[in-house]
Ligand binder design. Sequence first.
Ligand SMILES: NC(=O)c1ccc[n+]([C@@H]2O[C@H](COP(=O)([O-])OP(=O)(O)OC[C@H]3O[C@@H](n4cnc5c(N)ncnc54)[C@H](OP(=O)(O)O)[C@@H]3O)[C@@H](O)[C@H]2O)c1
Length: 357
Amino acid sequence: MTTPHSPLSTPRILLTGKNGQVGFELQRSLAMLGEVFAVDRDDCDLANPDAIRDLVQRIRPDIIVNPAAHTAVDRAESEIELATLLNTTAPQVFAEEAAKLGALLVHYSTDYVFDGRKNGAYLEDDVTNPQSVYGKTKLAGEDAIRASGCRHLIFRTSWVFGAHGANFLKTMLRLMQQRDALSVVADQIGAPTSASLIADVTAHAIRQVMRNGEWGVGSRDLDVGEAGSAMHLLPSAAITMVGQSRLAGGEDVVENLLPTPQSQLPSLYGTYHLVASGETSWHGYASLVNDIAAQQGYTLKITSEAIKAIPASDYPVPAPRPANSRLSTQKLQSTFGLVLPDWQVGVQQVMTLIKQP
Ligand SMILES: NC(=O)c1ccc[n+]([C@@H]2O[C@H](COP(=O)([O-])OP(=O)(O)OC[C@H]3O[C@@H](n4cnc5c(N)ncnc54)[C@H](OP(=O)(O)O)[C@@H]3O)[C@@H](O)[C@H]2O)c1
């Protein structure tokens, strides 16, 4: 069975930052949606706006997915020009090109757009007030996308980790094997979020947008697959869908992905918070890494008692971090019919992957 559109063609998906944490996982999750053109900085230097325009005009994508960014938060304080080019200008150019093509732009942003002074979890519409160059340039990138008028999904996430790439989890794992004492910040709260969860939710959201019927996608009608093919969308089983049931064969039937008449569907475009459920501090996060590493048989120099909880003021860094990085995912969960897993699930999954030979 196909959608009512005809003739059908496979979506062309341009993916940036293919070797980044999220980009690496997106190569897997987006492959189920269409033909993926994954690029790295050798294919296109995203600090060069002309190169971005050339790339988009050459590939003529239906969907642009842009996880590439200047993510070195402390270095950004002294690399303002480069951070602006990558975090503000590049998304702006992608958005302008997407608007011309009628393409969908999927982009990622950060909890650092907030100052962290709110009590409770931030909502998408809460007042932003970034405190760092990274946060300011990322927010300006968001604003440029919203101003461009292109179809877009912006996912704000936090504390990203994965088996691929450098991150806090892997740094802790290494240090716990080298040192007998560690001090870790305990007064910043957030949700460690796995790159694979972000990639799976992204693919799920894109598919829903495609099914939504509001999207003619430029001049072409796209084959979004058979209704039942959504069963294979989430191989990592990282997300629970509302209305899902498990078959004997282990396949998930995602009832809420069945095509719905266009008139019943609100627009899905916009800005969403995408983080794992629950919350912790960096110290709580490190403690879980230590516990799992001990269970997995790592030879650790450290004991859990030797992981000292310290205030952020005892660990000065160039870029200020929000004390409260909690992001409410209510909008994402209700709009896309998702129940997001607790952050600990992702930590366990990634540590199991890392441990494998
Ligand atoms: N990491 C976090 O904790 C975190 C938290 C909140 C939000 N986010 C956002 O989530 C998204 C994905 O983050 P991530 O952790 O996956 O980032 P990441 O692992 O640091 O990957 C960033 C990617 O951008 C690419 N890149 C950097 N400069 C480039 C250039 N001049 N030209 C082309 N490509 C360039 C990098 O290429 P190379 O591999 O060649 O360096 C890399 O593939 C980003 O938008 C980030 O702002 C991340």
